[in-house]
Design a protein around this ligand. Structure first.
Ligand code: GNR
Ligand code: NI
Length: 178
C-alpha cells in the first residue's frame, strides 16, 4: 500500500477538471486502495482523486463510525438532490478550517464500483454532503469557493504561510526549531 500526498490549497493543480474513467482495471483498483488507505491515515471521511493529483473521476468515502464501510464511486453522477441544509465542512486540502456550506442533505447518486458494476444509491446527511464535496473536487472546486472573498483570502494567506514555513523547516543545514 502506498500513502499518497494530498495537495493543499491554493495549489493550482486542485483546479484541474477530472476526466471520466474508461475502465476499472487492476491499475485503477490499486489507486482506489491507495486512496482509501490515505483517507484513513489522514482521518478524512472522503477523498477525491484530484486531491492526490490524479485527474480521473474517482472518489472514495467512509462515513461509518467504525471506519469499516469503504465506498468507491467511479464516474459519479448526482441524479437528484433534496433538502438543502447547512453543514460545517472541512477539507484535507484546506487543513484546520471548518465553515458552514449549504448543500442537499439527500441525494440519489449513480456511479461504478470497484467491481466495475454500475449502481445507484440514496445518500443522506454526511454521506450526501461528502459525495457532493468530492464531486466538486473532481470539477476543480473547493468548499472555500462558497465562502466570502474575505474569508477565502484569510484561509489562503494562512495556508501559504504554513507551507512556506514547512519549506524553511526542511531546508538543509537548518537546526530543529523549538
Ligand atoms: O474529512 C472530511 N470531512 C468532511 C466534513 C464535512 C463535509 C465534507 C467533508 S470531506 C473531508 C475530506 C475531504 O477533504 N474530502 O475531499
Ligand atoms: Ni475536500
Amino acid at each position: 500500500m502506498t500513502r499518497l500526498t494530498i495537495l493543499e490549497y491554493p495549489d493550482p493543480r486542485l483546479r484541474t477538471k477530472a476526466t471520466p474513467v474508461a475502465e476499472v482495471d487492476a491499475r485503477l483498483r490499486t489507486l482506489i486502495d491507495d486512496m482509501l488507505e490515505s483517507m484513513y491515515v489522514a482521518k478524512g471521511v472522503g477523498l477525491a482523486a484530484t486531491q492526490v493529483n490524479v485527474h480521473k473521476r474517482l472518489l472514495v468515502a467512509d462515513v461509518s463510525e467504525e471506519k469499516n464501510t469503504p465506498l468507491v464511486f467511479v464516474n459519479p453522477e448526482v441524479l437528484s438532490r433534496e433538502e438543502i441544509g447547512t453543514m460545517q465542512e472541512g477539507c484535507l486540502s484546506v487543513p484546520g478550517f471548518y465553515e458552514d456550506v449549504n448543500r442537499a442533505h439527500r441525494i440519489r447518486v449513480k456511479a461504478t464500483g470497484r467491481d466495475g458494476k454500475t449502481f445507484e444509491m440514496d445518500a443522506e446527511g454526511l454521506l450526501a454532503v461528502c459525495v457532493q464535496h468530492e464531486i466538486d473536487h473532481l470539477d476543480g472546486k473547493l468548499f472555500v469557493d462558497y465562502l466570502s472573498e474575505l474569508k477565502r483570502n484569510r484561509i489562503r494567506r494562512k495556508l501559504e504561510k504554513d507551507q512556506r514555513q514547512r519549506v524553511t523547516d526542511s531546508a538543509p543545514g537548518r537546526a530543529p526549531a523549538f
